[in-house]
Design a protein around this ligand. Structure first.
Ligand SMILES: Nc1nc2c(c(=O)[nH]1)N[C@H]1C(S)=C(S)[C@@H](COP(=O)(O)OP(=O)(O)OC[C@H]3O[C@@H](n4cnc5c(N)ncnc54)[C@H](O)[C@@H]3O)O[C@H]1N2
Ligand code: MOO
Length: 429
């Protein structure tokens, strides 16, 4: 085991220093064109500022079902002397704008273009009678009948102005904006069907361990036999990386250093980062350490629990140089390592909130923690708002799956009495 010992913060800085240039280079690569309607558009990051070529809304239109009028025609209306106007032709959403005759009331539906010459909309409920009579659209027999109004209305009432949301030529999204449903909607409203997006970081995720069922070629469909376990880390870490908008390829390798070197050398081209899990602590068969230390990875001990053993560096392979980050194999350790060291960097690159939502919660019970380590415990929020910690074992993946928060027990003390306030990160939301 390496004697290099780091604090959580020091290792966060070391991983950030390794990956900052990698992310910058990836961000400077040619953007990808993606269809807005594609499932994969959500979460991508715009590579350029995007303008709307048309005004939004594209024409003056009605905010209400009612009557388009000239406000001046209703200036003298009152409940004792309602103004009666003859009906004009009706405009529905999707119709081209009509010509409004002053001194008439043109029935209009929500979203329909305001007839030329009208400047105000009176909702149908405010007319007398408060419902539409038989209406005539363009091309049908001329309308007849009248409608009354018992109050004046301000000019422009319930008219949604052309360009009020965004005038033509104005930016709707700056470069570096994450596509959310609302942003996809705004682009679609502007008639944009494809956008240029920043390329994703490509991560080769490599899980090791002879104990992993399916690790050896041909074993994948065999039932779990004695001594073997299912590979939790590959799907779990792949999901976490994808949630943070990375592109993920996976590789599983048995505990044989040369085989791992060969597999990574063959698979690495086309990726920006190699991420491994397992094989880095103090055992006799630490395959990742054995395979990758000679190629340039450094293995350190971080004063945290779980996630103590860590590795990082730049590998020099026959196929090129590539940065590597190594997480411990215990599943809880692996995911918490990702939360602490990698996911915030990926989320920031993807234009998302880098950090998990944080809050302060009081402990529901006394707790112990190693004085020299930063402990990250899984916890449930109780009905009184306090946090109850689960057992600290880093194999307790079901406890992690059931947790509401990760609670920080900082170094420097070993006793945390009931009601001690702790910083917690919300997870599993
Ligand atoms: N003598 C010492 N032993 C250990 C130390 C130590 O400092 N001295 N550190 C412990 C800590 S802390 C951790 S964490 C683990 C890290 O071990 P490795 O990174 O070498 O990981 P492995 O030994 O390969 O696996 C550990 C554990 O996790 C299981 N595992 C591995 N990969 C997967 C996977 N893909 N899916 C599900 N589970 C996986 C594996 O079976 C082991 O149980 O070392 C401690 N030991
Ligand atoms: O540090 Mo290990 O990562 O506790 O379980």
């Amino acid at each position: 085991m390496s004697t290099i010992r780091r604090s959580l913060g020091e290792h966060q800085e070391a991983v950030a220093s390794l990956l900052t240039p990698v992310l910058a280079a990836r961000g400077a690569a040619d953007p990808e064109l993606i269809a807005l309607a594609a499932a994969g558009a959500l979460g991508r990051v715009t590579s350029h500022e995007i303008l709307t070529a048309i005004p939004l809304p594209p024409f003056d239109n009605s905010q209400m079902d009612g009557y388009a009028v000239c406000a001046a025609d209703l200036a003298d209306a009152s409940s004792s002397r309602p103004v009666s106007l003859p009906l004009g032709f009706t405009t529905a959403a999707g119709d081209a704008p009509l010509q409004h005759q002053p001194g008439t009331a043109s029935p209009i539906m929500t979203g329909a273009p305001i007839p030329h010459g009208a400047d105000t909309v009176i909702p149908v409920e405010q007319s007398i009678p408060p419902r539409f009579p038989r209406l005539s659209r363009r091309g049908e027999s001329p309308p007849n009948g009248t409608v009354c109004f018992a109050a004046p209305a301000p000019k422009g009432q319930f008219v949604r102005q052309c360009g009020e949301d965004a005038p033509a030529g104005t930016p709707i999204l700056p470069a570096g904006t994450r596509l959310t449903p609302a942003r996809i909607g705004a682009l679609a409203a502007a008639g944009i069907s494809e956008v240029a997006v920043q390329p994703r970081l490509r991560i080769l995720l490599c899980s090791t361990g002879d104990e992993l069922s399916g690790a050896r070629v041909g074993d994948a469909s065999k039932p779990l036999t004695a001594g073997l376990i299912h590979d939790a880390n590959t799907p779990m870490l792949a999901a976490a990386l994808r949630e943070a908008e990375a592109e993920v390829g996976t590789l599983r390798c048995q505990d044989e250093a040369e085989a791992l070197q060969r597999a990574i050398t063959v698979a690495a081209p086309g990726y920006d980062l190699v991420l491994t899990s397992g094989g880095i602590s103090a055992g006799a068969f630490e395959v990742v350490r054995e395979a990758l230390a000679p190629l340039g990875a450094e293995f350190v001990s971080v004063a945290m629990q779980p996630g103590g053993p860590q590795g990082l560096g730049t590998l020099t392979l026959a196929s090129g140089r590539i940065p590597v980050v190594c997480f411990p194999g215990n599943p809880v350790s692996a995911l918490i390592s990702a939360e602490c060291f990698l996911l915030p960097l990926l989320r920031a690159y993807a234009g998302a909130q880098a950090e998990r939502p944080r809050e302060e919660r009081r402990l529901a019970h006394d707790a112990q923690s190693p004085r020299d380590k930063h402990q990250l415990r899984r916890g449930r929020i109780e009905s009184d708002g306090r946090v109850r910690l689960s057992a600290p074992g880093s194999h307790l993946l079901s406890e992690l799956a059931a947790a509401d928060v990760l609670a920080h027990l900082p170094p420097g003390r070993d006793a945390f009495p009931e009601n001690t306030p702790l910083e917690v990160w919300r997870i599993n939301d």
